[in-house]
Design a protein around this ligand. Structure first.
Ligand code: AMP
Length: 283
């Protein structure tokens, strides 16, 4: 396995592999790798002859009061995980090599990023779209694998690929969960033992919604109330930032589920840790 730090070196390696006829897959990450990331690497491995994992804690997707500085990092462990998964190249650039001091061009998705997390994290998806496009140019992938866990992000990346005509197939990977249902996330490391126990309540609340939906409930207000009640019961310290029912394609809020799939998405604070999860409800 090769570790590449310089963007220019990454790009020439990728172009060279393409010229030799290899199919390239990329898995973009911010590191502190867990089983969720590993599942994406395995999907990439099945899809391509060369697998690139990028590890880059991207400053432009963090707000001024967010956790960029304290975001967990463990280079040696990440490297060992990539090696064990048969990754060909880890691309781990320095911030200063990714962004010129006078960097001034941004990629902005203007519809799907307005609501949900976008409403509470101004500039977040602009930072994500910009860095992902840069990583695409540097790694030249045929295939890029993204987790369904970040539902809004996945939809925005797909929209960027469509609207900017990128010749890249976006492959989604299912959310990997802990045994109690908590979606794996590098940020779970922030949770105290008590918060960690309560964090399983997010998934319990979403399963309660799934059950009510299966019984025929279609009204947003009732489904959202189910989440609130279930969260209050199983995660009493959780402070919801939002709990919303939106159309799965447009991400516009809906009052009732009719003939199209809907996304019930939530963001919740447990102490200072912000957790997100969602469920797709398909009629
Ligand atoms: P991150 O390192 O958190 O930026 O995530 C890198 C990629 O891994 C993104 O495409 C995420 O959606 C994906 N990912 C994160 N957590 C999980 C999980 N629990 N299961 C599957 N994919 C995940």
């Amino acid at each position: 396995m090769e570790v590449i730090r310089l963007p220019s070196k990454m790009q020439s390696w990728a172009l060279d592999q393409r010229a030799h006829g290899f199919t390239l897959a990329v898995v973009p990450t911010m590191g502190y790798l867990h089983e969720g990331h590993r599942s994406l690497m395995r999907i990439a491995r099945r899809r391509a002859g060369r697998v690139i994992v990028t590890i880059f804690v991207n400053p432009t997707q963090f707000g001024p009061n967010e956790d960029f500085e304290r975001y967990p990092r463990d280079w040696e462990r990440d490297r060992a995980i990539c090696e064990a998964e048969g990754v060909d190249v880890v691309f781990a650039p320095d911030v200063g090599d990714m962004y010129a001091p006078d960097h001034s061009v941004w990629v902005e998705e203007t519809r799907l990023s307005r609501g949900l997390c976008g409403a509470y994290r101004p500039g977040h998806f602009r930072g994500v779209a910009t860095v992902v496009l840069k990583l695409f140019h540097l790694t030249q992938p045929h295939v890029a694998v993204f987790g369904e866990k970040d539902a809004q992000q996945l939809r925005i990346i797909r929209r960027m690929v469509r609207d900017l005509n990128l010749p890249i197939e976006i492959v989604p990977g299912p959310t990997v969960r802990e045994p109690d249902g908590l979606a794996m996330s590098s940020r779970n490391a922030y949770l105290s033992p008590d918060e960690r126990r309560q964090a399983a309540g997010l998934w319990k609340a979403l399963q309660a919604v799934q059950a009510r939906f299966a019984q025929g409930e279609r009204r947003a207000a009732a489904l959202i109330e189910t989440v609130r009640m279930e969260l209050a019961r199983t995660a009493p310290s959780a402070v919801p930032q939002y709990i919303e029912l939106v159309d799965d394609e447009t991400l516009e809020p809906i009052e009732q589920i009719r003939d199209r799939p809907a996304l019930l998405a939530l963001a919740v604070f447990l102490g200072t840790t912000r957790l997100i999860d969602h469920i797709v409800l398909s009629p």
